[in-house]
Design a protein around this ligand. Structure first.
Ligand code: FE
Length: 293
């Protein structure tokens, strides 16, 4: 045991709070881009955090027609409404509120994500999580789970649905075995309730407030804010008078060079150029799969 593990665990404080900025993506879907914006380009290993939320069909109906990805994972978690998806590896499905689609693009995939509704509220988040160099050209993979598959970690004053990883109380979410060891939890706090969770110190931690208000350290957070937490070993959320619902996402930093080019995220400019060349030549999906894990 090292001195560091013997000392009192540090509670992670809020390092910064972001509101994001309006963006349009796909065939004209209005969304709020929080990570991947000029304010916060990335937070290793998180490359992008988008929120879509509208009850105006014109804001979302055009969806995200077929487009490619290479070199990372895309995670779509639905809060309201239905999103249908389909990809070049033969997977398809519909994700509804409380459901997740976890896609590993690896060497390449082409997919579409289209709202499965013509009216009503569509709300959800999309997160991009980077892959390390040795898995960027791995075979694509895909997982989808609905809300029934998420165990609920019930505690005094809180309930956490575990989507990925395993909570300290031993509740294992359906998404396991991801290289960046994510914990993805949808935490509901009763008024004044708290939620405390130990997380590895080399994990980046973000909170997205779905509803209500809370405090982390002395910092108040409100609905639709994204907080980046600072160094420490423990996360502690304390809800305000109306309770709160928060997405907590933690994942291990990769500490590798990042080269971005639209839908591709690699380690070098040359690899990005290769991805565009492969895509325009129609051989994005034919690249030999390597998996040196
Ligand atoms: Fe996509």
């Amino acid at each position: 045991m090292t001195a560091a593990t013997q000392s009192k665990p540090r509670i992670r404080s809020v390092e910064s709070v972001f509101q994001g900025r309006p963006a349009t993506d796909g065939a004209g879907v209005k969304l709020t881009r929080i990570i991947g914006s000029p304010e916060i380009n990335r937070l290793d290993p998180f490359l992008l955090f988008d929120v879509f939320e509208s009850d105006q069909p014109g804001d979302y109906i055009a969806g995200f027609p077929p487009h490619p990805h290479r070199g990372f994972e895309t995670v779509t978690y639905m809060l309201a409404g239905k999103m249908a998806h389909e990809d070049s590896a033969g997977h398809s499905g519909v994700v509804e509120a409380g459901g997740v689609q976890w896609m590993t693009a690896g060497r390449g995939i082409i997919h579409s994500e289209m709202p499965q509704q013509a009216a009503g509220l569509l709300r959800g988040v999309q997160l991009w999580i980077n892959l390390p160099a040795q898995l960027k050209m791995s075979a694509p993979a895909y997982r989808e789970f609905d809300a029934r598959h998420m165990p609920v970690d019930v505690r005094a004053g809180s309930e956490a649905r575990i989507i990925a990883g395993t909570s300290s109380a031993g509740h294992a979410g359906p998404v396991q075995g991801v290289i960046t060891e994510p914990l993805f939890a949808d935490v509901s706090l009763s008024p004044g309730g708290s939620f405390t969770e130990a997380l590895p110190h080399d994990h980046s931690v973000i909170l997205y407030v779905v509803a209500g208000s809370l405090e982390v350290g002395e910092v108040p957070l409100q609905a639709r804010q994204l907080a980046v937490l600072g160094a420490g070993e423990v996360v502690q959320l304390i809800a305000g008078a109306d309770g709160a619902r928060v997405l907590l996402v933690a994942a291990r930093s990769l500490h590798e060079p990042v080269a971005r080019g639209g839908p591709f995220v690699m380690n070098t400019r040359e690899e990005i150029q290769q991805a565009f060349a492969d895509y325009s030549a129609g051989r994005l999906l034919d690249a030999p799969a390597t998996n040196q894990e």
